[in-house]
Design a protein around this ligand. Structure first.
Ligand SMILES: [Zn+2]
Length: 357
């Protein structure tokens, strides 16, 4: 079936290619095909054009037309928790009338800059100058350059201009902080009380970044680089959408690190996302889920999950429910399973947001 689709596509592209030059020599064709297009070859004049037996070089479209990239329903009100162990305490730090979800390719725990700089937050691809909003109520504990280097005013700091909020609530008796980095302009000031949605600053590209975006972190227990947790488990999902959470381990029970896992909605099976597992280093699994994979913002429905492990393709199907976490495990022995998260230790009681003195 797949092969037939591919052949049809090639035929279609061949038709496309043979039609194109006749009517559109001076137009730049729209990229019907993602990636390298069939229209890239330089236009040859009639005199130099000669028949060639070299086959047409077609590049099939890269999977990546994301069916859900351009729109989100309104978010659930915060704090949002269907299960006693969930803690979607935060609104999104960018307004809902623009892109306010994590960049698919720059998630928590990813390694994007060689050799080993692990991403300790999520990136939101908001436009330069967009207002950055407090994700929850609290007190601004720092608003300056120098967050990483702990050197206020240090314009070489990788976070650039950043604001840190210590929230009015904690989790399991521990304080929670949120971090907003790479600002072009800081508006909030140290010591300021903020409510959810208050403007803290503007999106920019200060610090170690290739372009304007918001780098957002959730820190639990302490305001340090080493106390981050996956923000996709802390920001409220869009209404009717859910979150996929997985714990994938090898034969020794160690978390798989940097394994690509593909997620496809059923029944179309159009590849939707490839998300990488994370482990170790400066990233921390959730105290309850002990996960090493999170994919938020999935419309409710059935999904196929695929993993190549030890050279073998493994797959299973899982249902995503509105406003909830769907949890799975992958182990060397059992493969994929939809099972409850690890039994928490006795002192681990489910909790709602706790007041922090
Ligand atoms: Zn980032």
């Amino acid at each position: 079936m797949k092969r037939r689709i591919a052949i049809n596509l090639i035929l279609f592209l061949a038709v496309l290619a043979s039609c194109a030059p006749a009517e559109s020599t001076n137009k730049t064709p729209t990229a019907v095909v993602a990636g390298e297009t069939v229209n890239q070859s330089p236009v040859e004049s009639e005199a130099t054009a000669r028949p060639t037996i070299e086959p047409f070089r077609f590049v099939l479209p890269t999977p990546g037309a994301e069916p859900v990239s351009g729109w989100r329903p309104p978010l659930y009100p915060v704090p949002w928790a269907v299960s006693a162990y969930d803690h979607f305490y935060f609104a999104r730090p960018i307004a809902a009338d623009t892109v306010n979800w994590p960049l698919a390719e720059y998630r928590y725990g990813g390694v994007f800059f060689a050799p080993n700089i692990v991403h300790t937050g999520v990136d939101i691809d908001a436009a330069d100058g967009s207002p950055i909003l407090a994700a929850g109520p609290g007190t601004v504990v720092s608003a300056d350059w120098g967050l990483y280097t702990e050197a206020p005013g240090n314009q070489k700091d990788p976070y650039g201009q950043a604001v840190v909020i210590k929230h009015d609530f904690g989790y399991k008796g521990q304080p929670i902080y949120t971090i907003y980095a790479h600002m072009s302009k800081i508006i909030a000031f140290q010591g300021q009380r903020v409510e959810t949605g208050d403007v803290l600053g503007l999106v920019g590209a200060t610090g170690a970044t290739t372009g304007p975006h918001l780098h957002f972190e959730v820190r639990l227990g302490a305001n340090t680089f080493y106390s981050t947790y996956n923000p996709e488990l802390w920001m409220a999902p869009p209404q009717g959408w859910g979150v996929l959470v997985g714990r994938l381990t090898d034969e020794e029970g160690q978390l798989l690190n940097q394994y690509p896992v593909e997620v496809r909605p059923m029944p179309s099976e159009v590849p939707l996302r490839t998300v990488r597992t994370y482990a170790g280093g400066v990233v921390n699994p959730d105290p309850y889920y002990q996960e090493n994979l999170v994919l938020s913002d999935l419309p409710a429905g059935l999904y196929k999950v695929l993993l190549n492990y030890k050279g073998k393709d493994q797959q299973f199907w899982i249902e995503i429910y509105p406003g909830q976490i769907s949890y799975f495990t992958f182990t060397d022995e059992e493969g994929f399973q939809v099972v409850p998260p690890p039994v928490p230790t006795l002192d681990f009681l489910p909790e709602t947001a706790t007041a922090i003195p």
